[in-house]
Design a protein around this ligand. Structure first.
Ligand code: FEO
Length: 162
């Protein structure tokens, strides 16, 4: 059975992942309203991934005899200053999530919760990918900044995200 400290911390993490879903959906909606449907599609997929991250924690708690407690999700921004800035904010957000996952790993260590420590390794690896992915796109966007043709090419590529 999971301990109370870990239970509370994972419930907080479920909230963070669901907020991530909401944030990326807000970005997707902004892109679609700007006519950049490929970028919109990319962030809709990203939002779906965040939902699955939350659900993995959700099922973990039940498997460990814990109780899921859902918290209110705050409103994400409605508007964004530009394409590059969205990816800067996404990368910053992923770094924040990475820090929160590492804090959970530290807690699993101090609580001697080996089951959570093992479970969390998937998230540690996933965060490396998440940051690298956002960083790579951001790098390309900085190269094409101000070039509509380059931007449309990237819109087409991101629109093909499976
Ligand atoms: Fe669930 Fe993008 O971290």
């Amino acid at each position: 059975m999971i301990g109370n400290k870990m239970l509370d911390a994972i419930n907080e993490q479920i909230h963070r992942e669901l907020y991530s879903e909401y944030l990326y959906l807000a970005m997707a909606a902004w892109f679609r309203s700007e006519g950049l449907d490929g970028f919109g599609h990319f962030f809709e997929k990203q939002a779906q991934e965040e939902h699955s991250h939350a659900m993995k924690f959700y099922h973990h708690l039940f498997e460990r005899g814990g109780r899921v407690v859902l918290k209110a999700i705050e409103e994400p921004p409605r508007d964004f200053p530009g394409v590059v800035e969205v990816f800067e904010q996404s990368l910053e957000h992923e770094r924040y999530i990475t820090k929160s996952i590492h804090d959970l790993v530290d807690l699993a260590g101090t609580e001697k919760d080996h089951a959570s420590a093992s479970f969390l390794t998937w998230y540690v690896d996933e965060q490396v990918e998440e940051e690298a992915h956002m960083d790579e796109i951001l790098g390309k966007l900085r190269m094409v900044k101000g070039n509509p043709q380059g931007l449309l090419m990237m819109d087409g590529k991101l629109g093909a995200r499976a």
